[in-house]
Design a protein around this ligand. Structure first.
Ligand SMILES: Cc1ncc(COP(=O)(O)O)c(C=O)c1O
Length: 340
């Protein structure tokens, strides 16, 4: 049988045998009562790694961001965030639909909000204006090529926001990829923000789950929002057990970056218009010529066992633990042949 090389996302990773065993054997309790020892252990580890007082296990990255924003802001308050951010584009508008929050969008073409545009929303109080309360950052930045933002650029935007009285939330779905790309501890990014959400179910390979980290009082308030949106889970230790293994092995993400580099180099040498990113991670984006039918291309690649999402004109390929170096070489070969 032909094996499949799935480069649609790092979310397609399946739990390992080690994770499945840990899940089967997990010590559990009712987490809404705060009695699940495995969830407690995972939350403590997350808080320690991110340099925060406390953490909260939630179902997904989307829930993590939503609960974080609703905990920071009240109805009618403004959230400064990038036009290309995942929170603005890919989370169903939850901040407005469920929280009555107002997105104040800024240019983030370089992967991080522009200083002057952030300042344009930091205005004196006036009944006509939406009061800006929170700045959201994303690192790595998915839609900007999976770029890892440098610690310096990141902290300069955080400092700017703080000097204007804004709180800062980090959508760190892939923050460990960013830390590895820059060779720094995750804390370098996470301990300087008011809250961070990171995902266990992307390159880290756990089946389900994200964590929100912040001050203890903040996490206690976030617990109410998690319950309100239906995220209070009972014997969640069954999934937290896989999360613990994922989190303890975050350093392995470096292999995903190496695979992406192999893929990128072969495509680029073959004449494909690969998007160059200053500090790439586990994503490779490339642009198609106007005359390419991306649906046809994706279908013919699929017949040969390669999966990617048929977006036009820019295609994204994501490397992860469930593809090998040989797989990415084969993927590049298939794409080059189908494009020729
Ligand atoms: C940057 C970013 N933030 C948040 C999310 C949301 O995570 P989830 O799919 O677990 O809701 C994603 C998902 O791909 C993402 O890429």
């Amino acid at each position: 049988m032909m094996s499949t090389i799935d480069l649609r996302s790092d979310t397609v990773t399946k739990p390992t045998d080690e994770m499945r065993k840990a899940m089967a054997e997990a010590k559990v309790g009712d987490d809404v009562y705060g009695e699940d020892p495995t969830v407690i252990e995972l939350e403590q580890l997350a808080a320690e790694i991110t340099g925060h007082e406390a953490a909260l296990f939630v179902c997904s990255g989307t829930m993590g961001n939503l609960v974080s924003l609703l905990t920071h802001c009240n109805r009618g308050e403004g959230v400064v965030l990038g036009f290309k951010s995942h929170i603005y584009n890919n989370e169903g508008g939850g901040l407005s639909a469920l929280g009555g929050l107002v997105p104040l969008c800024v240019n983030d073409d370089q992967g991080i909000p522009d200083h002057n545009e952030i300042l344009s929303y930091c205005r004196d109080e006036n009944v006509h204006y939406t009061p800006a309360k929170l700045l959201c950052l994303e690192n790595t930045h998915n839609a900007c090529g999976g770029i890892a933002i440098s610690p310096d650029r990141f902290s300069s935007v955080v400092d700017l926001a703080r000097s204007k009285g804004l709180l800062v939330h980090l959508d760190g779905a892939r923050i460990f990829n960013a830390a590895i790309a820059w060779g720094v501890e995750p804390k370098t990014y996470t301990e300087i923000v008011d809250s961070v959400q990171f995902c266990l179910s992307k390159g880290l390979g756990a089946p389900i789950g994200s964590l929100i980290c912040g001050k203890r009082d903040y996490i206690n308030r976030a617990k109410h929002w998690r319950k309100r949106v239906g995220g209070g889970l009972r014997q969640a230790g069954v999934i937290a057990a896989a999360g613990l293994i994922a989190l303890n092995n975050y350093a392995d993400l470096k292999y995903d970056h190496e695979k992406a580099k192999v893929l990128k180099d072969i495509l680029k040498n073959g004449g494909v218009k690969v998007v160059d990113v200053f500090k790439p991670t586990n994503m490779v984006y490339f642009d198609l010529n106007d005359d390419v039918d991306v649906i046809q291309l994706a279908n013919s690649c699929k017949r040969r066992g390669l999966l990617f999402n048929p977006t036009f004109p820019r295609v994204r390929l994501v490397t992860h633990r469930d593809v090998t170096f040989e797989d990415v070489e084969m993927a590049a070969k298939i794409i080059l042949e189908e494009l020729s």
